[in-house]
Unconditional design. Structure first.
Length: 297
């Protein structure tokens, strides 16, 4: 077996590491190899090595809108949270992929830049936010991103402008080209710091009042079906409180599944499948998962 710790002495790499230590649900099996690069060149070297040795590469950020199956992830998993620099140039804020979206909104606020307040409580990383076109409270990432730096599967690094990112609902072109987001630039506008702060505080208070932030979860589980709200459908189906193992449909917000008692990824998937079947049977609506589900069974 290839020993990656010997191949990359300058990068923190762990073998057979439990991913439950890194996911917001506190679930997930082990990664064969888990690497923590801190600079772009390290990511490039890891990807090129994996290509040469036919290793699959999986990239994670904050792992907030993600379920890793209990079988874990094969070959090489890369966590980018060590690449978290945020810089400001005029009205532009550029954040590396591993930077927290929340921290990025705080930097914008501190520089009296407005437009990104909607993301004040989104717990994901910048890379994940671009990849999924994360949104909340009427705002979406696509509305403020001007460009992103992407590493393609062969290790080539390119810059994609807003149009080439081809944003859609919880989608962007990086999902299609299987690239890795390295950083993103947000084009913001000058604003009043006190007003920006007040809006962020209001959104965070609303989030805390409605969402089960005190328990591990993967965030919003289902996409919004056309003409409906997933949470209302789940509520109307009488599914709040439905439990399988240690995973439960939140009694506070039906769109969330929470880990109430050492739940596993399998528990989460059982709840998801039961919710989908029940909503389909009762209302004829198919709920698609927004949360990414990855890994081995």
């Amino acid at each position: 077996m290839i020993n990656l710790t010997d191949k990359f002495p300058d990068i923190k790499i762990l073998q057979d590491e439990p991913l439950s230590k890194y996911t917001f649900t506190h679930t997930g099996g082990n990664a064969d190899w888990l690497a923590f690069p801190t600079e772009v060149n390290q990511v490039k070297r890891l990807v090129e090595f994996a290509n040469k040795n036919s290793l699959a590469v999986t990239v994670l950020g904050n792992a907030s809108n993600l379920i890793v199956k209990d079988g874990g992830i094969a070959d090489l998993t890369i966590i980018l949270t060590g690449m978290n620099k945020i810089t400001v140039n005029g009205n532009d804020v550029t954040a590396q992929a591993g930077a927290a979206y929340i921290e990025t909104t705080k930097v914008a606020r501190d520089h009296s830049l407005t437009g990104i307040e909607f993301a004040a409580g989104i717990p994901g990383s910048i890379g994940g936010a671009i990849f999924m076109n994360a949104g909340a409270y009427g705002g979406e990432t696509e509305n403020v991103v001007s460009k992103a730096t992407i590493m393609l599967p062969d290790g080539t690094i390119t810059s994609l402008n807003h149009d080439r990112l081809d944003f859609g609902y919880r989608h962007c072109s990086v999902q299609d080209n299987h690239g890795i987001v390295l950083d993103a630039t947000f084009a913001l506008k000058p604003g009043d710091k006190e007003a920006i702060t007040a809006q962020m505080d209001d959104l965070n208070a609303r989030r805390a009042a409605k969402q089960p932030l005190d328990l591990p979860s993967c965030g919003s589980v289902f996409k919004r079906p056309k003409g409906y709200f997933a949470g209302k459908l789940i509520h109307d189906a009488g599914l709040q409180g439905y439990t399988s193992g240690g995973a439960q449909v939140s009694t506070k917000h039906a769109g969330f599944i929470v880990n109430i008692n050492n739940g596993t990824a399998t528990d989460y998937l059982n709840v998801i499948h039961h919710v989908q079947k029940t909503v389909k049977d009762k209302f004829g609506v198919s709920l698609e998962t927004e949360v990414r589900i990855i890994g081995r069974d």
